[in-house]
Design a protein around this ligand. Structure first.
Ligand code: ATP
Length: 229
């Protein structure tokens, strides 16, 4: 299987403090991979390493067969990695449509496809992003990332802190994206919703990849050891 994203042995630091000690992870074309682990184990740092917001000091990251070492973060984005960061960031003083158009790059994703995926965004297209609910802002953040026509979409805690109805809508859209063949790397704490959409899972423990497998192989013993509180 040819891998779209291949991360091997990365070590990442915050100043002198080491956060990652050897993370291995891969995402194949069209695959949905869940990145899991308890709080503070290094999920967000792994994502920031991939996007080169916190470039690793050791190890290798290849995207679409190309080593991304030395690239600036915006170059990685242009190669086709669309990040929805933790804590959703939209332009508050632009309307919903303006936010989407500002992110646009030519490709299969268009305003009308985003509005079909998220009907709430269509209803609110002329409202300022600052007037949206938290969940709607999260949808807008996902829509913005899709407007860049990413080969890989990365979602970091996309449903955290949202009302159940909105979470359900976001999971529905993630399943739609998967069915359309979108490659996705997803971090989320709601395992009951995450596992059914994941083709594979990678669990990080203290900055290292501790387990990788398909959801059906994720036994209670592994869960207790690596994901239990
Ligand atoms: P969470 O689910 O709580 O977001 P996580 O698995 O995403 O956790 P990270 O946020 O990647 O974990 O944190 C990994 C380690 O790096 C933790 O020990 C954390 O304290 C440390 N860390 C994270 N951000 C910084 C920072 N800006 N400066 C210093 N250390 C940091």
């Amino acid at each position: 299987m040819t891998m779209l994203l291949e991360v091997s042995g990365i070590e990442t630091f915050y100043g002198a403090s080491q956060a990652l000690f050897g993370v291995d992870l891969s995402v194949a074309e069209g695959e949905v991979v869940a990145l899991m682990g308890r709080n503070g184990m290094g999920k967000t740092t792994t994502i920031r390493s991939i996007c080169r917001l916190n470039p690793p000091r050791k190890g290798r990251i290849a995207f679409a067969g190309r080593d991304i070492a030395g690239l600036r973060a915006f170059r990685v984005a242009r190669l086709g990695i669309g990040l929805v960061p933790e804590g959703r960031r939209c332009f508050p003083n632009l309307t919903v449509r303006e936010n989407l158009v500002a992110a646009a790059r030519t490709g299969q994703w268009t305003l009308s496809r985003i509005e079909a995926l998220f009907p709430r965004l269509a209803e609110r297209r002329d409202q300022f992003a600052s007037t949206l609910s938290g969940g709607e802002q999260q949808m807008l953040a996902i829509g913005r990332a899709l407007m860049t026509n990413p080969r890989l979409l990365i979602l970091d805690e996309a449903t955290e802190g949202l009302a159940p109805v909105i979470r359900r809508d976001i999971w529905t859209s993630i399943r739609t994206l998967k069915a359309e063949g979108q490659s996705i790397l997803v971090v989320d704490k709601t395992m009951a919703e995450l596992l059914p959409v994941a083709d594979r899972c990678t669990i990080i423990e203290k900055g290292r990849t501790a387990w990788t497998g398909i959801p059906a192989e994720l036994t209670d013993a592994i869960r207790d050891r690596l994901l239990g509180v």
